[in-house]
Design a protein around this ligand. Structure first.
Ligand code: APR
Length: 308
């Protein structure tokens, strides 16, 4: 039987992700949204692209949750995006209510699913979704590190005028300004960035990566990035559906790893059909570890505001 991916929130990120899943032909897609007509209209549009994409999957648009039943993967993109000048953390109150409500409804109907949370502030929203779903933490994962790493890869590739796919990058920590880009683990065809560029140049690339989302928000003015967030989420969805055992930086529940407890933060994980199959503990130097712990503390402070 074909796999099923339910995408909660049929806005910019949700619909772009739906397109990628439908084009890949990997799974049937259910698009759910609170606004009447929007998920239905987008589902119909995507269905009519299937003959052109050579895809045989079904696409369902709905305001109700019943069509999401027995999903293999649930992606939560429902909520509000940033406006110019806003930090992701400022979305906390509004998005917590949305994420909590949609998690409860979708988790009940798909008790075996892996949940991927995209809604910001993502690390805190992932923690909330974990608590509300009652799922094992290995099956509730946040999308941030794949996107932040893709942004870092892009800027490094531009610096050397090389193909972006030949650049590997790693960004750990929370999906916010306290993210922890790791130049030692960032390579151009295997050569570490630290051997290729002086510190001030690396710092400039890191700065642009940290502000990567805000740069787009300030250009768009009415919303936040969605093509790269959707592509990053698709990378995770594919790893789960195909049980690829990919090593990807994801927001995972930490209970002692990297010296922090009871918090979600971005770390490299092995991602397969069971969700997070292993958290990879890299040997960080003191400076990296300090930054990582600071980032986890800032996520923890946001979680504390949720009072759950
Ligand atoms: N249930 C279902 N859908 C909801 C609900 C709800 N309770 N509340 C809001 N939505 C829907 C909106 O109707 C909208 O279609 O969520 C969708 C969000 O889409 P956009 O506003 O286009 O936002 P998008 O750019 O997709 O970002 C979604 O992902 O990257 C993060 O910061 C971003 O938190 C934001 C989220």
């Amino acid at each position: 039987m074909r796999k099923k991916v339910s995408i909660i929130g049929a806005g910019n990120v949700g619909a772009s992700l739906a397109q990628l899943v439908v084009q890949s032909g990997l799974a049937d897609v259910v698009l759910q949204d609170i606004v009447e007509g929007v998920p239905q209209g987008k589902a119909l549009d995507l269905s009519q692209a299937c003959p052109l994409w050579g895809s045989s999957v079904t696409v369902t648009g709905t305001n109700d949750f019943s069509p999401t039943a027995n999903s293999d993967v649930i992606v939560i993109t429902a909520g509000f995006p940033r406006k110019p000048g806003m930090l992701r953390e400022q979305l906390l109150a509004a998005n917590a209510e949305v994420v909590s409500g949609v998690t409860k409804k979708s988790a009940e109907l798909s008790p075996k699913a892996v949940i991927i949370v995209v809604t910001n502030p993502m690390d805190a929203m992932t923690y909330l979704s974990y608590k509300v779903s009652g799922f094992d933490h290995s099956r509730v994962i946040g999308m941030g590190g794949v996107l932040d790493s893709a942004r870092f890869r892009t800027f490094v590739a531009w610096e050397f005028n090389v193909a972006p796919k030949d650049v590997e990058a790693l960004v750990l920590g929370g999906h916010g300004v306290a993210m922890v880009p790791m130049p030692r683990y960032t390579t151009v065809k295997g050569v570490p960035l630290t051997e290729l560029l002086p510190k001030d140049k690396i710092d400039a690339l890191i700065h642009r990566t940290r502000e990567g989302g805000a740069e787009i928000v300030s250009l768009l003015k009415t919303g936040s990035a969605f093509y790269a967030p959707a592509a990053a989420t698709f990378e995770m969805v594919k790893a789960i559906l195909l049980d690829e055992k990919r090593i990807l930086p994801c927001s995972a529940y930490l209970n002692g790893q990297y010296g922090v407890k009871d918090v979600y933060n971005g770390v490299p994980v092995i991602l397969g059909c069971n969700g997070v199959e292993k958290i990879i503990e890299l040997k960080l130097n003191k400076e990296e570890m300090d930054e990582f712990v600071k980032s986890a503390q800032s996520v923890r402070a946001t979680i504390d505001e949720l009072k759950i």
